[in-house]
Design a protein around this ligand. Structure first.
Ligand code: 5GP
Ligand code: MN
Length: 334
């Protein structure tokens, strides 16, 4: 569903635009937001961008993405306009994923949702949702073309960040010829793709490497889960984070290591927020189970092979509910 004409009308003439992405932003959320923001500022609009934080956590850009240009577009949630005339959200499949800033959608004059999640609830007054797009950054690139705005290096670096993040470095199934063509166009602006990839994939702190060892060493296989397809799971407890001096934003990549275990169709990493007691569940499948659909009744969402939900009833019962849901999980067509 793509309301292009309504989106172009809202964004095309706006002097002031407010941008939001989901809590705990990843490369596609931040990159698609900053990419459009930089392009709109370059054409002369006043632009502010932000994202909500978990209760009690200070507002901070995840260190991994500190290399992005135009991060000065970001304002703290408290400084974000209460009732923006034009609001655009990025990579955010449902209202709750905006956290403390979710109320801005109802308060906005026009709210444009730019996203690619299969489970997107179309909560905007205008929705640019392309569930076939490899990344939200792909939808933003099309929006920029339709707005006739140039993709400069300052715009290309964040969009490339979104593209490389959500395709797992051009490995995942959504990586089409058009994705490579867009990547080529972005590289042609002269961006340092090598430094972007190094920052995203090949840079970690020693405390992170040690935490990875801890949580990988206690990964469990539940071979009977998911109707015998199997589940590999592990936890990142608040005391793991405290012991290694890390935050939730630092451990996003743990699941990419755990999910390489070939013994199971599904991988889960359960991450405990130190202050709120919330458990954030990251899930990956190898292609049989539709995890996005699985997560909707659990209060979450996502994509077919990568999804998640947030739970408030502790690690044990969260795992029980996950096993329950997996036992009758929706299978994708062969
Ligand atoms: P990750 O495991 O990398 O945090 O998230 C994988 C995918 O699941 C992302 O597309 C993300 O948007 C979605 N996701 C993760 N956690 C949640 C959640 O609590 N609620 C919703 N609606 N989606 C989530
Ligand atoms: Mn995305």
């Amino acid at each position: 569903m793509k309301d292009w004409s309504a989106a172009l009308a809202a964004i095309g003439g706006a002097d002031e635009i407010a941008l939001l992405c989901h809590v705990g932003p990843d490369g596609d959320a931040l990159g698609s937001m900053i990419g459009l923001g930089a392009a709109l500022r370059a054409r002369g609009s006043r632009v502010v961008a932000s994202f909500g934080t978990a209760t009690g956590e200070p507002f901070a850009v995840p260190p991994t993405y500190g290399f992005l240009p135009a991060l000065d577009l970001l304002v703290k949630p408290d400084d974000f306009p209460v009732a923006p005339e034009v609001l655009v959200t990025f990579d955010t499949g449902s209202l709750d994923r905006l956290g403390s800033l979710a109320d801005r959608v109802a308060a906005a004059g026009t709210s444009v949702v730019v996203d690619h999640h299969a489970t997107n609830t179309r909560y905007g007054s205008v929705n640019l949702v392309d569930t076939d797009a490899a990344a939200t950054a792909v939808v933003v690139a099309e929006l920029l073309d339709r707005l006739d705005l140039p993709i400069t290096a300052e715009v290309a670096a964040p969009l490339y960040t979104g593209l490389v993040t959500d395709t797992g470095s051009f490995k995942y199934v959504a990586t089409t010829p058009a994705v490579h063509e867009l990547a080529a166009r972005l590289l042609a602006t002269g961006i340092r793709h090598d430094l972007i990839s190094r920052a995203i994939w090949d840079t970690a702190s020693l405390p992170y490497v040690r935490l990875l060892g801890d949580v990988c060493s206690r990964a469990e296989l539940d071979a009977s889960a998911a109707g015998g397809l199997g589940l590999v799971w592990t936890t990142i407890r608040p005391d793991d984070l405290v012991r290694h001096g890390l935050g939730l934003a630092d451990v996003e990549g743990v699941i990419d290591v755990v999910r390489t275990a070939q013994e199971a169709e599904v991988t889960a990493v359960l991450k405990g927020e130190p202050d709120s007691g919330a458990v954030r569940v990251s899930l990956r499948s190898k292609g049989v189970i539709d995890l996005g659909e699985l997560c909707v009744p659990l209060g979450g969402g996502g994509h077919r092979y990568a999804a998640g939900f947030t739970s408030y009833d502790g690690f044990d019962s969260t795992l029980d509910r996950l096993r329950d849901a997996l036992s009758s999980a929706p299978h994708l067509p062969a």
